[in-house]
Structure formats: structure tokens, C-alpha cells
Design a protein around this ligand. Structure first.
Ligand code: GLP
Length: 238
């Protein structure tokens, strides 16, 4: 695992966008795994700028989003579907046919997860998987103690629901479950880029720096992968 410390959030976002740009230049039909949350917003904004300047071309890129609340209407302002279209997909030249997001409206959540995993398996999993981390160390919606190998229905912890309640009218509006790629689906990616920003995530960064697997901090399972780059704006070693 390579950990790169950037001076601030803006530089972290620019570096993340540049890494995505480089991978697309190497492989125009890259399979790109994508996260939501506040952390990747800067990266998306930079990618939109690069796309407008014709410095990156998404026309053949295939995307797979990490997770989605369940149940939730696609049109809900807080669905990850809405997040992705508002912040990214409508602003770059991606082919809508190449966009994959778990469907929060699917009548059968288990079938939806199976089909999503089958799609990933068929394409060969992500060439580049970009991840954020939750303050409790979750990745996607793989909460502490959830070691699922494939895409599945995950129960959200009270901690995560409380943190994400800021985006909803109240905590009762935050769905109790979500659909998420499993740790196994994530670890099958060829390369993983993790964005860790803000002091609140310092315990997660420290856990990664310790080099030890910690079942209470799912992000530490990324230590099992041989090509992970972590970009952080947290000052290391203070
Ligand atoms: C959600 C998402 C995660 C994301 C996390 C952190 O829970 N499911 O994929 O990493 O939020 O979000 P933020 O970047 O806003 O701290």
C-alpha cells in the first residue's frame, strides 16, 4: 500500500483526477469503480474540468458504482443515482449505456445484487476502483464486521445512519439497508485508489499505517491487495 500525503483537499482532488485520467489514457474503455460521499466531490469537479478541456475522454469508459441505499427511488435527492448524475455523469461525455449503479428501486434486492456481481464478473471487475472511507472505516457500505465477498444487502449501522442523516430531513428518513459491493468484489479490482480527507478520518488512516487487519475497521482489509494507493490530506506522524 502506497500512502501519499497531499497538502490540502484541492491537491488531493487534483491528484485523484490525474490518476483516473492516466488510467483512461492507457485504457480508453477502462472499468472504473466509483464512490459517493463528500470526499470525491473535488475529484469529480476536476474530472469535469479535464473533460471540458478535452484532456480526458469518457466515451468508452464503463463505470460501476460501489453502493446505493435500499430501498430508495432513483429520483430521490439523496439517492446515489441522483448524486452521480448531478455531480458527474451529466457533465462528461460518458455513454449512459456504460453506467452501472445498483438499483434502489429493484423489487428483489437479492436478485439485484446477484445480477450486479454477475455483471462485474463478466467484465472482469474494476481496472481502477476509487473509494472513500466512512469515519468508522467502512468502505462502500461494508460496515465493521461485514465480510461479504460479493455484492449484497447490507444493514447500515446506527453510526453511519446518524452521520448520513445530515443529508436527509431526519435520521428516520435514512434507509435501514443498502446494496453494496462486498469487500471481495472490491478486492478483485486491479488497482484501488482510496481518498481519505479530514481529521475525522484520522483513526482510519492510522489503522492503515499500522499495517494490521482490524475487523472493526473494514478499510484495513485493503491491506490484502497488492496495488492500493491512498491519497490523504491528513498530516501523517503528528
Ligand atoms: C457513505 C458511502 C461511502 C463513503 C462514505 C464517506 O457512507 N457509502 O462509500 O465513503 O459515505 O463519505 P464522506 O466522504 O462524505 O465522508
Amino acid at each position: 500500500m502506497k500512502i501519499l500525503q497531499l497538502k490540502n483537499y484541492d491537491l488531493l482532488s487534483a491528484k485523484a483526477a490525474e490518476m483516473v485520467q492516466i488510467e483512461i489514457a492507457k485504457k480508453p474503455n477502462l472499468i472504473l469503480g466509483l464512490p459517493t460521499g463528500s470526499t470525491p466531490l473535488g475529484m469529480y469537479a476536476k474530472l469535469v474540468e479535464l473533460s471540458a478541456a478535452k484532456e480526458v475522454d469518457f466515451s468508452e469508459v464503463r463505470t460501476y458504482n460501489l453502493d446505493e441505499y435500499y430501498p430508495i427511488k432513483r429520483s430521490h435527492p439523496q439517492s446515489y443515482h441522483t448524486f452521480m448524475f448531478e455531480n458527474f455523469f451529466t457533465k462528461v461525455n460518458i455513454n449512459p449505456y456504460n453506467i452501472h449503479i445498483l438499483n434502489g428501486e429493484a423489487p428483489d434486492s437479492i436478485t439485484e445484487c446477484k445480477n450486479y456481481e454477475a455483471g462485474l464478473l463478466k467484465t472482469g471487475y474494476a481496472d481502477l476502483m476509487v473509494l472513500g472511507v466512512g469515519a468508522n472505516g467502512h468502505i462502500g457500505f461494508n460496515e465493521p464486521g461485514d465480510f461479504s465477498t460479493s455484492t449484497h444487502v447490507a444493514e447500515l449501522s446506527l453510526d453511519t445512519r446518524s452521520k448520513n442523516a445530515r443529508f436527509f430531513d431526519s435520521i428516520t428518513e435514512v434507509p435501514l439497508t443498502a446494496l453494496t459491493m462486498g469487500l471481495g468484489s472490491i478486492l478483485k479490482s486491479k488497482m484501488i485508489l482510496v481518498l481519505i480527507s479530514g481529521e475525522v478520518k484520522e483513526p482510519v488512516l492510522k489503522a492503515l499505517l499500522s499495517g494490521k487487519l482490524n475487523p472493526k475497521i473494514p478499510a484495513t482489509y485493503l491491506l490484502l491487495h497488492r496495488d492500493v494507493v491512498v491519497l490523504t490530506d491528513i498530516k501523517i506522524g503528528k
